[in-house]
Design a protein around this ligand. Structure first.
Ligand code: BGC
Length: 415
């Protein structure tokens, strides 16, 4: 018996020592409280599998900074093993020939069977998996401090009209209605939710996916800009340059009533020990109930020369799709799992509602739209052009008519 135990320990030791050789360097921008807690789960699982994790975090919401660093590392021939790359960016890196083929892991773990097509399509380049999806974020949310709303006799606004009425009431009492961070990607996040609210899902697709000039020059587009400008009268003076998680903490602390942000904001509420329905409300962005703007986070894998590092990278890809990782990561992150077969019973009411809307909109083939602000709907060049116009409009006295003209021109030029 004793001999057997010794043998088992020795064998276990050998296996661990062999596997230990692999290292996986991961570039990401998950640095806020909720985000860091989420990614720590993957690090732990990679370490437990006998490999080592090299953290390469580049702060900056929305990922612009991380992308810049990634580009400079890649052109100097020193790309990390894995990087947080999303949507059409994956195609751009795949076209350049940087990404590794994950087919063996994907086939043996039946990724095609467990992932909805809307997710797996984004992860493939030339029909082969090159990235592992970690989650699905919904972007068209509005977060609200329940006590601020209750104390002021305000019901959760269901449409833009109710939102402005509530904001006017709060402003009159000296309360900041909307916590905003004035950074281009946050302006774009708000703008796209407004376009969805004003024009609906088909219009959103016409503008941000099809780039249809008629839609871009339409009255609905002008109206969207009109609504977008209204946000400005309900934000505070500290908004320019503010990080998104700082804006979330204003709502958490009751220093502002609302924030328009994807459900990574929920990760901050959770990390602060706040509960939906008791401390805060997760609400569909006014006028967008029943629709879902999706933003899928993924870790793309770069070609590796070293076999041990390749093994570590493939192991990490496998772990990402495991039910355990999908559970813990997404509970911390505020998102929903990518696996359609995931048990949702441990998730909060916001995540359950999100999953329901995700499934319903994908089954109906209606109401599920890719986020422009988060790289799902269009190329980085067109996304950049839209960011520029939205931000310039928001921060100047440009008229909505002029913004419509500028936007349609900028999109055309970037195509
Ligand atoms: C990412 C999220 C992240 C957020 C803020 C989004 O683009 O998809 O994972 O939490 O940016 O950094």
């Amino acid at each position: 018996m004793f001999k057997k135990t010794l043998l088992a320990i020795a064998l276990g030791g050998t296996i661990a020592a062999t596997a230990q050789a692999g290292e996986v360097e991961v570039l990401h921008w998950w640095t806020s409280g909720g985000e860091a807690k989420s990614i720590a789960v993957l690090k732990e699982m990679v370490n437990d599998a006998g490999h080592s994790w090299k953290d390469f975090a580049v702060a900056g919401g929305g990922g612009e900074n991380a992308y810049t660093v990634l580009r400079s590392r890649a052109v100097s021939g020193n790309a990390p093993a894995s990087a947080q790359i999303k949507g059409l960016e994956i195609q751009e890196w795949g076209d350049l020939g940087f990404l590794a083929d994950l087919t063996p892991v994907a086939s043996s773990n039946n990724w095609d069977g467990i992932l909805p097509a809307v997710v797996s399509d984004v992860m493939k380049h030339d029909g082969k998996y090159v990235a592992a999806p970690v989650n699905v974020h919904r972007v068209n949310w509005m977060w609200a401090n329940k006590k601020v709303l209750d104390d002021n006799g305000i019901k959760p606004p269901k449409n833009m009209k109710e939102l402005w009425a509530a904001s006017e009431k709060l402003k009159a009492k000296g309360i900041t209605p909307i916590a905003h961070g004035g950074q281009p990607w946050q302006d774009a996040t708000t703008f796209e939710s407004i376009v969805l609210s004003v024009g609906g899902a088909d219009f959103f697709n016409d503008v941000f996916v099809e780039h249809d000039q008629k839609a871009l020059e339409s009255k609905t587009m002008k109206e969207s800009f009109d609504e977008f400008k209204k946000v400005k009268s309900y934000i505070d003076k500290g908004a320019p340059g503010r990080d998104w998680n700082v804006a979330t903490s204003m709502v958490i602390k009751g220093e502002a009533a609302f924030q328009f942000m994807g459900d990574w904001a929920k990760g901050e509420f959770s990390a602060a020990g706040k509960k939906p329905g008791t401390d805060y409300y997760c609400l569909a962005f006014p006028g967008t109930d029943g629709t879902f703007t999706f933003n899928i986070d993924s870790l793309a894998m770069f070609e590796q020369r070293n076999d041990d590092n390749k093994a570590a990278q493939m192991k990490m890809a496998e772990l990402i799709l495991s039910p355990k990782f999908q559970d813990v990561f997404n509970m911390n992150k505020g998102s929903i799992p990518v696996r359609l077969d995931q048990d949702m019973s441990g998730f909060d009411s916001c995540a359950q509602a999100s999953m329901e809307t995700f499934k319903a909109t994908s089954a109906a083939g209606k109401g599920l739209v890719p986020s422009m602000a988060h790289g799902m709907s269009t190329t980085s060049a067109i996304q950049g052009a839209i960011y520029d116009v939205a931000t310039e409009f928001f921060n100047s006295d440009m008229s909505s008519d002029e913004a419509v003209m500028k936007l349609s021109r900028a999109v055309r030029a970037a195509q």
